[in-house]
Structures are given as C-alpha cells and as structure tokens.
Write a protein that binds this ligand. Structure first.
Ligand code: ZN
Ligand code: ZN
Length: 366
C-alpha cells in the first residue's frame, strides 16, 4: 500500500509493533518472515531480515536488491546491503545497540537459522510468535481495497473462461486458460497453483489439475485466485458441464450454499472462529452431509493466502472487524464428487460484507 494516493501506513504498523514488543518485554525483534517484512517496510524481495528496536528499523538484504530495497523501504527502514553473508551483517547491526533481549519469530526461523542467530548474537533470545501476524489480521482500508480488486480480477477472468469450457477439454487446458486470463488482466501472479478438478476427482478438496477429459454431466471445481499489490484473492466455483444438473448435484449444491449463508450470518454477528465453523458444520449435518466435510470453514487472506484469522474448531477468538476471510464450505463424497463454494468476506463492526459476488445457483456451462 505504498505509493499511489493511499496513506502510508508503515509508520503506524511499526509503532504498533514497538508497543507490543514493550508488552512482551523484548528490546528488539528480528523479523524473518518475508510477508511480515513487506507489511512493515514495503520490501517485496525474496531474502532479507528486519531488525526493529525502540528507535530504528534496519533491513538487511543482499546485493540483488541494492536498487529495489532502498526504493521500497524508503521512509520505513534503513537498508544495509550485504554482498556476502546476511548473518555477519546482522552481527554488525546488533553491535552497540544496547539490546539485552532479542525476540525472534520462532515459528518462522528454521532450526539452522536459529543456530546461526545464536552464533552472531550471544545475548538473550526470546521466542515470539504471531506478533506481526496479529497486526496483519486487521486490515486497513487500503488493504481491503487491494483485496477487493484482486477478487474482481479473479471473477472477471472466471467469467471469460466459463464461456469457453466444453465437454472434451482437459482439466489442465481449462486451468491454463484461467491462469492466462488472470495474468493477462494484470494479475501479479497466482497465489497458489490453480485447482481444476472434474467428475469424481472433485471429491479431492485439493485436486491438482490433471489430464482428465471433462465429460458431459461432470461436476467441475475451480479454485483459483489473483494477486494484486501483494494481496491475494481466493475463490471456488463448482459448475456442471454439458448437461442439466442431476437431482443429487442440486441437492449437494443447495446444502453447501446453505452452509455458506449460515457462516456469513455468524460472521455478521461477530461470533468466534469456532462458532462460524460450527455454523457450517451444523448446516451440512442438518442437510444429511455431515460425513462429507473434509476441512474447516475458512481462513484469513491478505499478503498470504492462508493467514489469521482461521474459521476453525480450535479458534476461540471473536473474528474482529477488519478481518478479511474466505468462507468455503464443501461436501466431498468419494466416488461421486464434491462441491465447494468459496467467497471472500470482510468483517465490519456493523456486519460482514461480501467482497466477491456470491453465487446463488448451480451454474451449467455448455
Ligand atoms: Zn481456494
Ligand atoms: Zn481458501
């Protein structure tokens, strides 16, 4: 959200992080998770470490980013370009800063990374989990707008591709056209490998597109997204190809749609992640499809495809206003197939709002 006419939120984010570090009793945090670095500084490169203490933030990265890093991180972090070894440079950056306890992202750093950190900094290391992620879970207006545009791009690409789908095409051919439309319409990249499953393969919640040929009357499940300004969208549509839907297909689709509406209502009411998840589970169980559930209801989206908050059984926190989440119930029946409907939703103080145009009926493409 740097540049353009949008306000620069990085100083606020760094200030909020510093307050949290104070509450956790650490003098500084070493941020190694790249989406967290991007959120705090704007740097979008593939390698780097960010040290944030009470006064300064310093981004250490390598010489491939000698032009990009100062341009992107300008105004948020000083940049140190290191041609040989980032850890050695980190040692120099830490020297003489008066840091007594250094927090590190223990859920992000590898074991060997933690060993190298210990090698360059012998002081007290404090594992810190989820601090930047908690900030990222509440989106500002600019972030919500970026996701809204990524959703719109994905929906436009799908509308074009649905017109071209015919019996006799393979899943990979359909995936290729969808990815070409996503990219051709200005998408930065695909946030995840496009899922296209057909026929009985739709019973696999994460079917990789195969060379299976789509037959008349097959279910076709497409799960895909776009990325804009680093922000992801994530949508799933399940359609029927080349024939009128069967009663069973209509029945399962209706149950999944009902589950999605139940989840949306629970989100609008400010319930916890587990309560929203329970809303879909009980709706599907009530329709007789409880045994077809294979995954939880949804996940936050943002700079990452899967982030906080989760709409899952284990989550007891309320879903706070500013969260952007997917709502993606599905029913999967081995040997028959599966139906998932996934939309993207922003949670507001006054209730939830769809960022995507939700589907209402089982679409047929011919
Ligand atoms: Zn998805
Ligand atoms: Zn998803």
């Amino acid at each position: 959200m740097i540049g353009g006419m949008r306000p620069d939120r990085r100083p606020d984010r760094l200030a909020a992080l510093r307050r949290r570090l104070g509450e956790r009793g650490v003098d500084a945090l070493l941020v190694t998770h790249l989406p967290n670095i991007r959120y705090l500084t704007g740097f979008s490169g593939s390698a780097g470490m960010l040290l944030v203490d009470a006064e300064r933030s310093v981004l250490v990265t390598d010489s491939r980013y000698s032009i990009q890093a100062p341009a992107e991180a300008h105004g948020a972090a000083a940049v140190e370009i290191e041609p040989v070894n980032l850890w050695d440079r980190l040692r120099l950056v830490l020297t003489g800063r008066g840091v007594r306890s250094l927090g590190f992202e223990s859920d992000r750093l590898t074991v060997s990374g933690a060993e190298r950190l210990q090698g360059v900094w012998p002081g007290r290391l404090e594992p810190v989990v989820g601090t930047v992620e908690e900030l990222r879970a509440v989106k500002d207006a600019g972030e919500i707008e970026a996701i809204r545009q990524a959703v719109a791009l994905a929906q436009e690409a799908l509308a074009v591709v649905l017109e071209t789908i015919r019996v006799g095409q393979t899943e990979r051919q359909i995936a290729a056209r969808l990815e070409a439309e996503l990219r051709g319409r200005g998408g930065e990249w695909h946030p995840f490998p496009t899922i296209v499953g057909s026929g009985p393969r739709t019973a696999l919640p994460h079917a990789e597109a195969s060379n299976r040929v789509v037959g008349a009357g097959d279910l076709l499940l497409l799960d895909f997204g776009a990325r804009l300004e680093g922000y992801c969208s994530d949508l799933t549509r399940t359609v029927v190809v080349g024939a009128d839907p069967t009663d069973r297909q209509r029945e399962v689709h209706g149950a999944v749609l009902g589950a999605q509406r139940a989840a949306f209502a629970a989100l609008a009411a400010g319930r916890t992640g587990s309560e929203v998840d329970e809303a879909t589970r009980s709706a599907l169980a009530g329709a007789g499809f409880g045994a077809g559930i294979r995954h939880s209801t949804g996940h936050g989206i943002g700079l990452e495809l899967h982030e906080e908050p989760r709409l899952a059984r284990s989550v007891d926190n309320p879903v706070y206003p500013g969260a952007v989440v997917t709502v993606e119930p599905g029913v999967y029946l081995e040997g028959w197939g599966g139906i998932r409907i996934e939309d993207d939703v922003v949670v507001r103080a006054g209730g939830a709002e769809y960022l995507s145009a939700p589907s209402h009926e089982l679409l047929v493409v011919r």
